[in-house]
Design a protein around this ligand. Structure first.
Ligand code: EPZ
Length: 423
C-alpha cells in the first residue's frame, strides 16, 4: 500500500490547473448506457473511480475505450448482456448505484449489491429506490448466498410521475433523471439536488436528445422520449479539487492561481475564505488566492447541499482553521459521520473537539508531522494540507482514497512548491 510523505513547504506559489470533475464524469459515464449509439466524453480525469466505472460498464456488456493520453472515453452500449452490478466493483465505489437508473429504463431490470464507498456514514439508497418505485418499478431486496443483500428493480416500462426527495440527494436526483428520460410521460422531481454536476449531466443528456428542464434548481422536469442518440461532451472542471487548492494556498499563506475552474462553482468557498481575510481574485488565467496584509481570522462553517458550503471541502477548511487564531465551529449537516479526520489532525497537534455533528476548533496550533491515515477521499486531502505546514515529516497511509478522486495530486502540488512524495 503506497504512502505519502509530506513536508513543510512554506508558502505555495504559482499556477495549477484542475482536472475534470470526478462527481460529474461518473454519472456522465452511466448515462452512456441509455443509448445504443457510441458516446464520447472528453476532459476525463485519470482517477481510480473512473477505472471502476469503466469496469462496471464493461460488466454490463458495453464496449469501453479509455484513451488516457487524450483524456477521452468512448462507450458503445448497443447490447446490454447483464444488469447485475458486480459486488467487487460496487464495494469499491458507492457511485456505482447511478448505473441502476439507465439499466432499469433501458432493459427493464437492474440489480445492485447495497453500496459501499467512503466511510462517511451509512449512505442509504432509499431515495433512489423511492424514485424507481414511483416510476412504476417493482423493488425486491434479495439475499445472495454470501449473505449480502441486493436490491433489484424491474419494470416492463416506466411511467412519468411526481417525485419528492426528502433530502436533495445528488445520486438519487441523477438516477431518477436518467430513469425518467426514457419513461412514458413527464416526471417532476421536487426538492432535487442543485449541484453543478447535475447540470452537467442534464446538458449531456439533452445533447443525446433528452428533454430535461430545471437542472440546477430544486424542481426538475423530465419529458420521456422514445430513445436517445450518441453525443460528445466535455466534463466540467472539478470544483472540489479547485477548493482543495484554494485551501492549500490559504493554509500555507501562499499565492496560487488555479486555472480551468468555473468561479461560479466555488462561490461559497471563496466567500468563506474572504471572511477569513484571504484575497480571492478572479483573473484572466484563473482564480488567485493569497493572504491579505493581516493574519487570517477564524470563522464558522455550516455544510449544506449546493449552493451552500460543500461538505466535500469541509475537512480541508477545518485543517486551515486549525492554523488560524481564534475559535471556529463547523456544523456538518450533510453526512452523519464526516469527522474521521479530527482524530488524525489532533495527532498532529490540532485542538479540535467533536460534539455530534459539530466540531469546535481552537486555532493557531503549530501542527507537527505525524504518522496519520486517510479515512476517506477528502480527509486524505486535508491531511496533505496539514503536512504542508507541519514541522517535520507527515506520513499518510491509505492514500488509495486520495487516488480515487485526485488526478496527479503529487505532480500538481510539486508544481506550486509542495514537498510531497509517494513511497
Ligand atoms: C455525492 O454523493 C458525491 N459523490 C459526494 O462526493 C458528495 O459528498 C455528496 O454527493 C453530497 O454532495 C458523487 O457525486 C460520486 P447524496 P451521494 O446522495 O450522491 C443521504 C466525494 O468526496 N441519502 O447527496 O452519495 C446520505 O446518507 C464524495 O467526492 C439518503 O438518506 O450523496 C447523505 O447523508 C463524497 N438516502 C445525504 O443524503 C438516499 O437515498 C447526501 O447524500 C441517498 C442519500
Amino acid at each position: 500500500m503506497s504512502k505519502f510523505i509530506v513536508n513543510n513547504s512554506g508558502p505555495l506559489q504559482g499556477f495549477v490547473e484542475v482536472s475534470g470533475s470526478k462527481n460529474a464524469v461518473l454519472p456522465l459515464m452511466a448515462a452512456t448506457l441509455l443509448t445504443r449509439d457510441e458516446c464520447r466524453i472528453t476532459d476525463v480525469p485519470e482517477l481510480m473511480d473512473v477505472e471502476v466505472m469503466c469496469g462496471l460498464l464493461r460488466s454490463f456488456g458495453a464496449e469501453v475505450h479509455w484513451d488516457m493520453k487524450e483524456r477521452s472515453i468512448s462507450v458503445k452500449a448497443d447490447s446490454i448482456i447483464d444488469t447485475y452490478a458486480p459486488r467487487d466493483l460496487v464495494s469499491k465505489m458507492r457511485a456505482s448505484v447511478v448505473a441502476m437508473g439507465p439499466l432499469l429504463v433501458r432493459t427493464g431490470n437492474a440489480k445492485i449489491p447495497l453500496p459501499g464507498g467512503c466511510a462517511i456514514g451509512d449512505r442509504p439508497i432509499d431515495l433512489h429506490i423511492k424514485g424507481f418505485h414511483a416510476l412504476g418499478a417493482d423493488i425486491r431486496i434479495t439475499k445472495e448466498e454470501s449473505g449480502h443483500e441486493c436490491v433489484e428493480a424491474s419494470a416492463a416500462k416506466l411511467v412519468g410521475t411526481e417525485i419528492y426527495l426528502d433530502t436533495p440527494s445528488v445520486g438519487a436526483t441523477e438516477n431518477i433523471i436518467m430513469a425518467a428520460s426514457l419513461a412514458d410521460g413527464i416526471t417532476i422531481i421536487e426538492n432535487a439536488a442543485q449541484e453543478p454536476e447535475i447540470v452537467d449531466l442534464a446538458n449531456y443528456m439533452n445533447k443525446m436528445g433528452a428533454r430535461i428542464k430545471g437542472a440546477g434548481t430544486d424542481i426538475i422536469k423530465v419529458e420521456g422520449v422514445e430513445s436517445l442518440h450518441g453525443a460528445v461532451h466535455s466534463v466540467i472542471p472539478d470544483r472540489i479539487e479547485a477548493g482543495t487548492f484554494m485551501l492549500a494556498a490559504a493554509i500555507t499563506r501562499g499565492d496560487v492561481t488555479i486555472g480551468n475552474m468555473l468561479t461560479d462553482h466555488v462561490k461559497p468557498i471563496a466567500a468563506k475564505l474572504r471572511e477569513c481575510g484571504c484575497i480571492v481574485e478572479n483573473t484572466l488565467e484563473g482564480t488567485r488566492v493569497s493572504m491579505g496584509p493581516n493574519p487570517p481570522v477564524a470563522t464558522d462553517i455550516k455544510t449544506l447541499p449546493y449552493p451552500g458550503f460543500p461538505t466535500d471541502v469541509q475537512p480541508q477548511f477545518m485543517t486551515f482553521l486549525t492554523t488560524v487564531q481564534g475559535a471556529s465551529m463547523i456544523l456538518e449537516t450533510v453526512f452523519e459521520n464526516r469527522f474521521m479526520h479530527i482524530g488524525e489532525l489532533n495527532k498532529m497537534g490540532a485542538d479540535i473537539r467533536e460534539d455530534g455533528r459539530r466540531a469546535f476548533i481552537s486555532g493557531s496550533a503549530k501542527l507537527k508531522g505525524a504518522e496519520v491515515m486517510a479515512t476517506d477521499l477528502r480527509a486524505g486531502a486535508a491531511l496533505v494540507l496539514a503536512g504542508l505546514v507541519a514541522e517535520g515529516d507527515t506520513v499518510i497511509s491509505d492514500v488509495y482514497h486520495i487516488d480515487r478522486g485526485y488526478d496527479s495530486i503529487i505532480e500538481k502540488f510539486k508544481s506550486i512548491g509542495g514537498s510531497i512524495q509517494r513511497i
